[in-house]
Design a protein around this ligand. Structure first.
Ligand code: B12
Ligand code: SF4
Length: 497
């Protein structure tokens, strides 16, 4: 089934493990998103004259995809260099799958990339000797250089943006990989490598990175707090190409800094309207960078959903996490947005170790109020990703608690089963959680700070107000509302063909 076989290996086999998979007792929620990061990387490698054997694990149809043997089966025959791309949620599974793959293919060179290993690269290299190399940051320059160097003399210590191991076992980090300054210089992702009609989510990136300092956030540090931009012409050209070649009607702007400046957004809207493209789109706003005129212009050219990271209804918390706006600013802009767009999303983070019950009640109050206005509320339990300022600052003040019944939304992997308001680890996946518990410093996102006194009492309140299912209710979730192409309210198709 699934993966291609021997005939198609090239200079590198690249496996996409960035995927959305939520398992319930009787069903699975899978949303297939075009794997943009891997396709940008593929384009750059192929333009440098190498052949990429790209495999998207989203397209597997295994009943149980998270057994390491399934990955081995999916990969089958590969190139001599095998790249794995993952986010933090599937990092443990990816590492275990790479161990098994290396056991069976000791001569293959295994590279780990993507945002999953961010900030824990050195620990991974020290502890798991089956990983030959970790690539950090954007891959468009690193990927081709890596292949070229392996094919030449193998001296990877000359390639920027890598973690490597010397013959004596020492871990070496090469100089940082420079960011791509001009995103327009990058060609479009290698869409021809995938059957676009198989996907439901068509992402777009108008920029990369966010300059803000929010202490709980993993996006900004992933991109080293720097942002780079594409021109509106390039973005609209890509939308046009996808619309014409694959009938894409709904585009999901994935970048958090879409609304970087009013002028840029107003120009984009004017150009999109002038292009005559009959499409819909969704994007992220930011409370203090968005105003009524801008939102009206967005809605006038097809924007059907705007999402705001509100995070907290408490000014004390907003200040502590360096969010940069107040609770009343959020009320004002979300109220205005709700009158303009068919759908408005409000994201919250709860469970900060320094969040008092008073702070928390202010958040719940705001969420209830927005919900009554028709705003979609998407609360997420704080996820302690290792690159976040919050985790770095508080990691020594609290022990890390593990609960097999409760994981932050960010760490849902598909190994666990979401039952009525709780998670359940299937016996077959106990090995993954053993691995996680043995390495809490590498996988802190699966843990909590003060489960008993901080998280559980707040969860009970969330349940009481209907933001999480009661233990007696069937589970269901808008777990990845951030990216979701679902547009139930309007029944707008993702593609026209
Ligand atoms: C699009 C997206 C998704 C898509 C992924 C689509 C796909 N199939 O690829 C979907 C919707 C599936 C998704 C899901 C999730 N996502 Co998401 N997602 C994003 C988003 C918005 C953009 C990612 C992207 O396209 N980046 C742009 C490309 C260019 O970068 P890239 O993918 O990192 O790839 C580059 C490099 O990393 C490198 N590279 C990548 N792989 C490899 C491999 C090799 C070998 C090499 C050499 C280089 C290399 O080269 C690429 C080109 O430069 C980011 C936020 C952001 N703005 O970055 C969050 C983000 C990646 N997601 C995140 C998370 C946590 C999730 C979820 C796990 C949880 C959640 N609730 O969102 C879920 C999965 C849930 C589940 N139940 O399974 C976190 C990851 C944190 C971390 N440190 O891992 C991010 C950073 C958002 C955040 N708020 O923190 N996501
Ligand atoms: S939470 Fe949003 S605004 Fe804050 S740093 Fe992260 S992406 Fe930027």
């Amino acid at each position: 089934m699934t993966g291609p076989t021997a005939a198609s290996h090239g200079d590198i086999t690249l496996l996409n493990l960035n995927l959305l998979y939520v398992r319930y007792l009787g069903s699975v929620d899978r949303e297939l998103h075009v794997p943009l990061g891997c396709l940008y990387l593929t384009r750059a490698i192929e333009d440098a004259g190498f052949k990429v054997d790209f495999r998207d694990y989203q397209l597997n149809d295994y009943a149980e995809p998270f057994e390491v043997d399934r990955i081995i089966e999916f990969l089958g025959e590969t190139a001599d260099i095998v790249g794995f791309s993952c986010m933090a949620n599937l990092l443990p599974f990816t590492l275990l799958a790479m161990r098994e793959f290396k056991k069976r293919n000791p001569d293959k060179f295994l590279v780990l990339g993507g945002v999953g290993p961010k900030s824990v690269e050195e620990k991974i290299m020290q502890r798991f000797d089956w990983i030959d190399c970790i690539a950090v940051g954007e891959g468009e320059l690193t990927g081709p250089e890596l292949i070229r160097t392996i094919k030449a003399d193998g001296n990877l210590f000359r390639v920027n943006g890598l973690y490597l191991r010397t013959a004596s076992g020492e871990i070496v980090k090469t100089p940082d990989r420079e960011r791509l300054a001009d995103l327009d210089s990058q060609p479009f992702p290698a869409f021809e490598k995938v059957d676009l009609t198989r996907y439901q989510g068509y992402g777009m990136l108008s920029s990369r990175g966010c300059p803000y300092p929010c202490t709980f956030c993993s996006v900004a540090p992933v991109w080293d707090h720097k942002s780079t931009f594409r021109s509106n012409e390039s973005i609209i050209e890509e939308m046009k190409m996808l619309h014409e070649s694959a009938g894409v009607k709904m585009f999901l702007f994935q970048d958090e800094f879409f609304v970087s400046t009013k002028q840029r957004v107003m120009d984009f809207c004017a150009q999109l309207k002038a292009s005559g493209l009959n499409i819909y789109w969704k994007a992220f706003g930011r409370v203090d960078l968005t105003d009524v005129e801008m939102m009206q212009a967005m809605a006038d050219c097809g924007c059907v959903e705007l999402r705001f990271g509100i995070e907290s209804g408490s000014d004390r918390i907003l200040k502590m996490v360096k969010k940069g706006f107040s609770a009343s600013d959020a009320v004002e802009i979300v109220t205005a947005a709700q009158k303009i767009f068919p759908r408005v999303d409000a994201f919250y983070v709860w469970g900060f170790p320094f969040e008092t019950l008073e702070d928390f009640h202010q958040t719940v109050f705001q969420m209830v109020m927005f919900r009554m206005m028709g705003v979609r509320i998407l609360p997420s339990l704080l996820c302690l990703l290792p690159q976040t300022e919050l985790f770095i600052e508080y990691q020594h003040q609290y022990s890390l608690d593990f609960s097999p019944e409760l994981f932050p939304e960010y760490m849902i992997t598909g190994h666990e089963i979401s039952t009525s308001g709780k998670f359940k680890i299937a016996d077959a996946h106990n090995d993954k959680y053993r691995f996680i518990k043995e390495n809490p410093d590498i996988f802190p996102g699966f843990f909590h700070m003060d489960l008993q006194n901080n998280i559980l009492p707040k969860l009970a309140i969330m349940r009481k107000f209907g933001f999480y299912p009661l233990e007696t209710e069937p589970a269901g979730t808008d777990s990845c509302g951030a990216h979701s192409p679902k547009q139930a309210a309007q029944n707008i198709a993702t593609r026209s063909v």
